[in-house]
Write a new protein. Structure first.
Length: 70
C-alpha cells in the first residue's frame, strides 16, 4: 500500500481572460484656433435670453442707462 496522496481528479480553474488593451489616443495636429471654444459664445456668461422687445426690455434699458444719458 502506498502512502502518497492520490492525484486530485478535479481540473484546476482556468484563469480569467485578460481584457484587450485599450488603444492609445491618437495625436491630433489640427489648428486649435480653427475650432470655436466655449468662451466664444454668450452661453454661460450670465447673458439673458433674447426677450423679443417687450415692455420689460424698455424698463431694463431705462434702469441700466448710465447717468450721462439722461
Amino acid at each position: 500500500m502506498s502512502t502518497s496522496a492520490a492525484p486530485d481528479p478535479r481540473p484546476e480553474p482556468a484563469a480569467p481572460p485578460k481584457p484587450a488593451p485599450t488603444p492609445k489616443p491618437k495625436l491630433v495636429f489640427d489648428d486649435p484656433l480653427d475650432q470655436q471654444s466655449s468662451d466664444d459664445t454668450d452661453r454661460g456668461w450670465g447673458e439673458r435670453p433674447p426677450a423679443g422687445g417687450s415692455a420689460a426690455d424698455l424698463a431694463r434699458f431705462l434702469d441700466e442707462k448710465p447717468p450721462h444719458h439722461i
